[in-house]
Design a binder for this molecule. Structure first.
Ligand code: ATP
Ligand code: MG
Length: 411
C-alpha cells in the first residue's frame, strides 16, 4: 500500500522547524504584553457570510481562495482565511463592545486555497493584533510600534515598513474614479486579471503581481492629489507619531491592501529575503468592516503576520536539551531510575533516561543528548544510596546521595 500523503500545501514540522514557529509565537506573546494587547480566541470556522461580507467579493481571498463547505445541517461554513473578520463578528455577537476600545491579539492556523510555494501554504499560521473601537491616529501608531518592536525582538532587521493612506471614503472614491479612467486608457495592455478588476475594483490593479501591469501602475495617479483636508491631517498625525516613537517608515503612495474594507492607514513590512513572498506583516485601518457585519459604525485598525515567513528569517532557536541524562545499569537500577527521574522532573529539572544498549552505548547516548551531566546508577550505587554524578564536559565524577541530586544539579 502506498503511504497516505498529506493534503497539498499543509506542513508537518519536526524539531527545529517546529521550534522556529514556537519561537515566533513566544516573541509575539512577550511584546504584546508590553503593549497591553489581551489574548482572545476565535473559532477556526465561521459562517461563510462573515468573510464574504467583510473581505469583499472582488478579492482573491473570497473569489478564489476560501475553503468553504456545507456542514451536515446544510449551513455554509468557511475555514478562516484570516482573523480580523472573526474578531469583529465576536465583537458584535459576544458583546465585546462593552469593553471598547479593545486591544486584542491571537494566533493560529489560517486557510487559503492557493498555489503552494516557498512561504505560501494552504494551511499557514498568523499572528494577529487588532484595536477595535478606536478612531484616533494614536491607535495606528501604537499598533505599528508593536509590529516594529516584534520584528526587533525577533532579530529581523531586513524588513521595511511601507506606509500609505487610503484616505476617507470621499478621498477613496475620487481616487478610484481617477484610477479607473487611467487604467481604462491602457486596458488592452493590462493582464487578463487586471482587465477583470478594471470595472469591479480598479484599486486592486495597483496590487497586481503581473509584470506587464507594472509600468501602467507606475504612471497611475497617486492618492495625494485627492486627499481631503481631514484625511491628510489624519495621515500627518500617524507619521508624526511614528517619528516620535522611533519607528522607521517609507512612503509607498501606490500601496493598497487587497481587502475592500480599508480606510486611512495601510501598511506592509516588506523584505527582499524571501523571494516573491516578501510581505511578512500587513494591515491597516478598517473603519467600514463592522458595519458590513451589521454593527454600528466602529473604527478599528489591525495587522496580521505570516508566522512561517517570520520563522524563516530568525536565527535557529537553541535546541531543547535535558540538564541531565540518567543512566541506570542493571534491572534494579532501572527501577530506581524511574523514582529519581520523577523527583528531578517534579523539581523542575529536565531529565532523560537512557536505558538502551550496553554501558558504552548508554554513555555515548547520554553525551549525545546534549546534557551537561550524566547520573550513573548501578548495583553498587543502589547499595550505597548514592549515584555517580559525571560532568560530561570535564569528565569529573563524584558520588552524590540520591536525595541530594536535585540540589547538586541546581548549584
Ligand atoms: P500575499 O500578497 O503574499 O498573498 P496577502 O496580502 O494575501 O499576502 P494578508 O491577507 O495581508 O496577505 O495576510 C497577512 C500575512 O499573512 C501576509 O503578509 C503573509 O505574511 C501571510 N500569508 C498570507 N497568505 C499566506 C499563505 N498562503 N501562506 C503563508 N503565509 C501567508
Ligand atoms: Mg494572498
Amino acid at each position: 500500500m502506498t503511504p497516505v500523503q498529506p493534503v497539498r500545501g499543509t506542513q508537518s514540522l519536526l524539531f527545529e522547524d517546529a521550534d522556529r514557529l514556537a519561537a515566533v509565537v513566544a516573541a509575539f506573546d512577550k511584546v504584546r504584553r508590553l503593549y497591553g494587547f489581551r489574548r482572545v480566541e476565535v473559532p477556526t470556522i465561521e459562517p461563510t457570510a462573515v468573510f464574504a461580507r467583510t473581505i469583499g467579493e472582488t478579492t482573491d481571498v473570497v473569489s478564489k481562495e476560501m475553503y468553504s463547505f456545507e456542514d451536515r445541517g446544510g449551513e455554509s461554513i468557511t475555514l478562516r482565511p484570516e482573523f480580523t473578520a472573526g474578531i469583529c463578528r465576536a465583537y458584535l455577537s459576544e458583546g465585546w463592545q462593552q469593553h471598547a476600545p479593545i486591544k486584542v491579539a491571537t494566533h493560529g492556523s489560517a486557510f487559503r486555497y492557493e498555489r503552494p510555494q516557498k512561504g505560501r501554504f494552504r494551511e499557514f499560521h498568523q499572528l494577529d493584533a487588532e484595536i477595535v473601537g478606536a478612531g484616533e491616529p494614536q491607535a495606528d501608531v501604537e499598533l505599528l510600534s508593536f509590529a516594529d518592536q516584534l520584528l526587533k525582538e525577533l532579530g529581523i532587521s531586513g524588513a521595511i515598513l511601507k506606509l500609505n493612506t487610503l484616505g476617507d471614503p470621499e478621498t477613496r472614491n475620487a481616487w478610484r474614479d481617477a484610477l479607473h479612467e487611467h487604467f481604462r486608457g491602457h486596458a488592452s495592455a493590462l493582464s487578463e486579471d487586471s482587465q477583470t478588476r478594471l470595472e469591479r475594483n480598479p484599486l486592486r490593479i495597483l496590487d497586481s503581481k503581473a509584470h506587464q501591469d507594472w509600468p501602467i501602475v507606475d504612471s497611475a495617479p497617486t492618492i495625494d492629489e485627492f486627499l481631503t483636508g481631514e484625511a491628510a491631517d489624519f495621515f500627518g498625525k500617524v507619521t508624526e507619531g511614528l517619528d516620535a516613537a522611533g519607528v522607521a517608515w517609507e512612503r509607498a503612495p501606490r500601496l493598497v491592501r487587497g481587502l475592500d474594507y480599508y480606510r486611512h492607514t495601510a501598511f506592509e513590512f516588506i523584505t527582499d529575503q524571501l523571494g516573491a513572498q516578501g510581505t511578512v506583516l500587513a494591515g491597516g485601518r478598517y473603519d467600514g468592516l463592522i458595519e458590513s457585519l451589521g454593527g454600528s459604525h466602529t473604527p478599528a485598525v489591525g495587522w496580521a503576520a505570516g508566522i512561517e515567513r517570520l520563522a524563516m528569517m530568525i536565527a535557529a532557536p537553541e535546541a531543547e536539551k535535558p540538564s541531565a541524562a540518567l543512566v541506570p545499569l542493571g534491572e534494579a537500577a532501572e527501577a530506581k531510575a524511574l523514582g529519581i527521574a520523577a523527583n528531578l522532573r517534579n523539581g523542575g529539572m529536565a531529565v532523560e533516561i537512557v536505558s538502551r544498549g550496553n554501558t558504552k552505548k548508554r554513555m555515548q547516548r547520554a553525551a549525545g543528548s546534549g546534557a551537561r551531566y550524566a547520573i550513573v546508577i548501578g548495583d553498587n550505587e543502589i547499595q550505597a544510596g548514592e549515584a555517580q554524578l559525571k560532568d560530561l564536559r570535564s569528565g569529573e565524577q563524584r558520588p552524590v546521595g540520591f536525595d541530594s541530586l536535585l540540589q547538586a544539579l541546581q548549584s
